[in-house]
Design a protein around this ligand. Structure first.
Ligand code: UDP
Length: 237
């Protein structure tokens, strides 16, 4: 839970430490089809947070006892690479990584027509290559581009971004210092075409009015993310 109060002022006269206003996203970059060996791939950057994603499949799931006769499954791996953070992260699986992989499966699979692939798996690898807060959102954004690039039939792209609270004020898309010194972090993922929210997590303390404000900010952020993802996919045609 976030209890720490940063000694540095994070918001002054409506401006944040990097000059952004309260409802500004960080600078974004998106690419599709970046990896030759994958069936689909994507890259997404928000500020200094970057991730690449690779999709393999749909292909027959092994071992067979894991197969679902009526539908395929999506298996997601989220990995924070050792070189992505200031203090080298110990390589290998972690509890945090496993949890983010699991919630990513939930966030993305509701948008995939998995019933079209009984007994199959779609494997999605999301590698965070640079971390400055918001890694689960950036990984999901790269992952969703990779799924679309692989031609996986989807109801729509999933787009993610976080809102949060710094210096008692709801703001969009926290960067590292804001995440560390802020009071709330609220990442969401949604289908920006339908408004369906497929992931909502929260760290910190808030009340219902602030929560509404943060949700509204995050949903508008996701719409902008979706535009960027679509531009990247259009460039591959
Ligand atoms: N972080 C880190 N080492 C870790 C996990 C996280 O340095 O093992 C940093 C990283 O910059 C990350 C931030 O802490 O973006 C916030 O992590 P959190 O677990 O809140 O998830 P995120 O906001 O990245 O989805």
């Amino acid at each position: 839970m976030k209890t720490m109060k940063y000694d540095k002022e994070l918001l002054k006269d409506g401006k944040r430490i990097d000059g952004r206003g309260i409802d500004d996203l960080r600078d974004m970059e998106a690419k599709a089809g970046i990896l030759k060996r994958a069936d689909g791939s994507g890259y997404f950057r928000m500020g200094k947070t970057e991730a690449i994603a690779a999709v393999f499949g749909p292909r027959e799931l092994h071992p067979q006892h894991k197969q679902k006769p009526q539908r395929g499954i999506l298996q997601c791996r989220y990995n924070l690479t050792p070189f992505s953070v200031d203090d080298r992260k110990r390589p290998g699986p972690s509890r945090r990584g496993k949890e983010i992989g699991k919630v990513s499966e939930g966030a993305l699979s509701s948008s995939i027509f998995l019933e079209e692939f009984p007994t199959a798996t779609i494997d999605l690898y999301m590698e965070v290559i640079s971390a400055d807060a918001g890694t689960r959102c950036v990984a999901l954004n790269a992952g969703s581009i990779a799924l679309a690039d692989a031609g996986v039939p989807m109801k729509g792209l999933i787009s993610a971004c976080a809102a949060g609270k710094i210096d008692d004020t709801p703001v969009l898309d926290l960067k590292g210092e804001e995440d560390m010194g802020g009071q709330v972090d609220l990442p969401i993922a949604m289908n920006a075409d339908t408004g369906e929210i497929t992931l909502l997590q929260m760290d910190g303390m808030t009340d219902i009015d602030e929560m509404d404000e943060m949700l509204e900010l995050a949903m508008k952020g996701c719409e902008k993310v979706a535009e960027k993802q679509k531009e990247a996919l259009m460039e591959t045609f």
